[in-house]
Ligand binder design. Structure first.
Ligand code: NDP
Ligand code: PYC
Length: 338
């Protein structure tokens, strides 16, 4: 039997929505979550594609997530939108708050959206890409659960704390990067464990503080930051900006709030949007063209831009559909009504 199953993109969206609804999520949440999971699978971001459905459903079953919470969008200040997710998953909160964030950025040049009290499991690039589609520059960050040791330490303090950035380009998809400030997303270690594969050195230490290539030992120990003290400082910044600054939990507090249940992390998210037209007025196009020179200098020497792999995967998936491990497919089928 093949170790993989082929799915069309329509099937990815339908299975995702059905699994989420069968897991108790309201129609609105199921559609919002299925949208980001569809995007992740389509762009071959396997750690944040259909695999995430398992964690979403488990987080609802454990009684942590409010599966039908309706987010409140609050016009908090001239340049600040607040969204209270009321302990639902974040994608619906983001979708509800985004129009006001964009409107404010266009009015003030720089606006922020703070999402509070959300369960968060998703990649951030779908969010910065969506803001960028409105011609804005975007930056997003969020803590998670404390799984990551600070540089020089051995005990987890930080979350895997992703940061994502998007810059609109005149003749093509935006320049986007989105990565964990840990050496790798935790989801990638979980996928290695599911596949029975060793992890590269440098991703994690075991519970004794020794380097490990064993995914299970890594998940029980501590993950490492990328770039040593630099990733560690960035991770601390994310804890502060998307934690205390917006009145929400740090990764350590999110872990304590979880109480050992193993649900998705619960905390806040900070998203910033900048409007080049307000910063630059009539000169905007001229300066955006200068940015293109920098991109040319990168690709002109054979290096690649972040998201280039993703955009190529997107085209492949649109043409051929996607492939997921049979074990994942079977796990998802088991969550559907018989
Ligand atoms: P990676 O270490 O794979 O880094 C991903 C980023 O780096 C992408 O923008 C990728 O572009 C780019 N990139 C990778 N290789 C190159 C290269 N050779 N040249 C140029 N750019 C490159 O991903 P992570 O494991 O750190 O994170 C994966 C995802 O996990 C992210 O989407 C993140 O949002 C998500 N995540 C979410 C968390 C949450 O709490 N919600 C927590 C942690 C992670 P490309 O995609 O084109 O390869
Ligand atoms: O992969 O590190 C991760 C992660 C944490 C929360 C969502 N994804």
């Amino acid at each position: 039997m093949s170790e993989e199953v082929s799915l069309s993109l329509d099937e990815v969206r339908r299975i995702s929505t059905d699994v989420l609804k069968a897991g108790g999520l309201s129609q609105e949440h199921a559609e919002a979550i299925a949208g980001v999971i569809y995007a992740g699978q389509r762009d071959e971001c396997h750690s944040h594609g259909m695999y995430r459905l398992l964690g979403c459903v488990r987080s609802v079953k454990e009684g942590k997530v409010n599966p039908s919470a309706l987010p409140d969008v609050v016009d908090h200040a001239p340049a600040i939108v607040r969204v209270n997710a009321h302990y639902g998953f974040s994608p619906l909160a983001f979708a509800r708050g985004r129009p006001l964030l964009v409107e404010k950025a266009r009015r003030t040049g720089l606006a922020a959206m703070a999402i509070n009290n959300c369960y968060h499991f998703s990649a951030l690039w779908p969010e910065v890409e969506a803001i960028c589609a409105d011609g804005l520059v975007a930056l997003a960050m969020t803590p998670s659960h404390s799984w990551v040791a600070p540089a020089g330490g051995k005990k987890p303090v930080f979350g895997t704390n992703p940061i994502a950035f998007a810059w609109p380009r005149p003749d093509g998809p935006p320049f986007v990067f989105d990565f964990a400030t840990s050496a790798i997303a935790r989801g990638e270690i979980e996928l290695h464990r599911r596949a029975g594969k060793p992890i590269p050195t440098g991703w994690a230490i075991d519970s004794e503080g020794n380097p490990t290539n064993d995914a299970t030992a890594a998940l029980a120990g501590a993950m490492l930051t990328f770039g040593g003290h630099k990733g560690s400082a960035l991770s601390a910044m994310i804890e502060l900006m998307a934690g205390p600054l917006i009145g929400d939990m740090t990764s350590a507090e999110s872990m304590a709030f979880d109480g050992g249940v193993g649900a998705a992390p619960c905390h806040g998210e900070l998203i910033l949007a900048f409007d080049p037209n307000v910063f630059l007025g009539a000169d905007a196009a001229q300066h955006v063209a200068r940015a293109e020179k920098m991109f040319d200098a990168i690709v002109g020497q054979g290096a690649r831009l972040p998201s280039q792999r993703r955009y190529e995967a997107r085209e492949r998936s649109k043409a051929n559909g996607v492939r997921i491990p049979r074990a994942l497919y079977d796990d998802l089928q088991a969550l559907l009504p018989r």
